[in-house]
Design a protein around this ligand. Structure first.
Ligand code: GRF
Length: 206
């Protein structure tokens, strides 16, 4: 059984896709052992509560500095002893002690086809605003392993999505979520759980 901790900051639609995937058997042999958010108002926490999944908020506002926050977050994750950490819209910089301790065992969903529109400052709607400003005809989503960089780890899965002429950032974001994110994130977790996608020490550097 693959034990996963899902880290969230917002609405939790990717978390919901994982929960639904497990319930419907699309994600095999997997259990969510913790949902952790930095944002007490994240609706993702409500989703976890409704599903009876262990959930916690570790907010930077409750700690004297970033070092104390990072230590508290890592301690809560270690307590849950996950095999895999899934960043599902988590808007916190992952500390180097965490990427080192969980090397090859942290994955992230990014709402573009990396290496386009990624890196520092590219998150949420900003990604889609940049894609529309550049005029790309195809965008999409990427699941990748998390290393010490931002959106720089080895790519696991990608899925392309067409951009329509009259798209607003909000409309494009929704299409990328529906047609790409909510499909490839569950698929990646299922692949790791069933052994078709190597993880941990087996991950080759990107
Ligand atoms: C989504 O846009 C996702 O691509 C990005 O963060 C946002 C979170 O969405 N990683 P949700 O909280 O999963 O609904």
């Amino acid at each position: 059984m693959l034990k996963i901790a899902v880290l969230v900051s917002g609405g939790g639609t990717n978390l919901q896709a994982i929960m639904d995937g497990i319930a419907q058997g699309e994600i095999r042999d997997t259990e969510i052992v913790l949902v952790l958010s930095n944002n007490p108002g994240a609706y993702a926490l409500e989703r976890a509560k409704k599903a009876g999944i262990a959930n916690i908020c570790v907010s930077p506002k409750d700690y004297a500095d970033r070092k104390d926050f990072n230590a508290a977050m890592l301690a809560k994750i270690d307590e849950a002893a996950p095999d895999l950490i899934v960043l599902a819209g988590f808007l916190v910089v992952i500390p180097s002690e965490m990427t080192a301790k969980y090397a090859g065992r942290i994955i992230n969903i990014h709402p573009s086809l990396i290496p386009s529109f990624c890196g520092t400052g590219y998150y949420g709607l900003k990604v889609h605003e940049a894609a529309l400003a550049r005029g790309v005809k195809i965008t999409g989503a990427t699941v990748h392993f998390v290393d010490e960089g931002t959106d720089t780890g080895p790519i696991i899965l990608q899925k392309a999505v067409e951009v329509q002429d009259d798209d607003t950032p909000e409309v494009l974001q929704r299409r990328v979520m529906e047609e790409a994110e909510w499909k490839i994130l569950p698929k990646a977790i299922d692949g790791i759980a069933t052994g078709s996608i190597p993880y941990g020490k087996a991950v080759k550097k990107g």
